[in-house]
Design a protein around this ligand. Sequence first.
Ligand code: ZEM
Length: 284
Amino acid sequence: LSGLFQKESHIPLPPKKDYDKVRAAIEDALDKDDYDDGSYGPVLVRLAWHASGSYDKASNTGGSNGATMRFDPERKFGANAGLEVARDLLEPIKKKFDWITYADLWTLAGAVAIEAMGGPTIPWRPGRSDKLENEGCPPDGRLPDGDKGAPHLRDIFYRMGFNDQEIVALSGAHALGRCHADRSGWINPWTNAPTTFSNAYFTELRDNKWTKKKWSGPPQYEDPTGTLMMLPTDMVLIWDKKFKPYVMKYAQDEESFFKDFAAAFSRLLELGVPFDEPGKPAPA
Ligand code: ZEM
């Protein structure tokens, strides 16, 4: 009988899907002194957002499921310029944990990055699959364009199924990272601590003095020092009378921002994902 068991032990076991090991590997890859402000966290958050923000509720197309940004034409969309940095960073982790899908890995990396930079816990669960190249990408133009106004922001985010409060909460991710001239044409960070997740984006919007930058680049706003920036779509959040109360609330109350951001970002990462148990919310 023991011989029988021995024989069975030669059958390869399916890999144990240890997401905590993947989380640890992502955390290990985050910090690098000579990249940007010292962390890949912000660009990983942007990858998770752009992979997910292509969702269209009406047709139930796009979204993080599929990880179609690996393919043309999506990887070449202007909005996705620079995101190869994030995808390339994750490639060795995908190789090491080959059982995880790209779609799960990219969204998990965004969640882990938020948490590692001091943000709230982002409820995340696996279940995304990867599409094949011939299965198609979402059309271009589904992500927001930074030089447009409030109607555009609402068109884009309502299409995904978000409301005004969620638009403002999600925009608070601009506490992180910066604009890169060679990626988007805009320059500079939104806050003075671009590798710390905080409500600083809202306090900057509320308290700083923003004027239109005089330069030949795309329209942007700058603070009196000229080191911080806001996109036109960021300014809209204090110009629009329905958005503004949420800016004021999150500027005053970081805890409510963290709570609302975690809920909205978690939902963003799950848009269009056919989980095994539909309707079951992500574990908190
Ligand atoms: Zn962003 N974003 N974003 N964003 N974003 C940039 C950078 C980052 C808009 C936008 O045009 C831009 C959300 C919403 C919106 C992040 C997260 C999230 C950049 C600079 C632009 C131009 C890209 C570059 O040059 O590298 C617009 C118009 C938005 C509409 C509201 C949401 C929602 C986000 C997550 C929840 C992050 C983390 C960055 C910083 C990336 C980096 O590499 O530093």
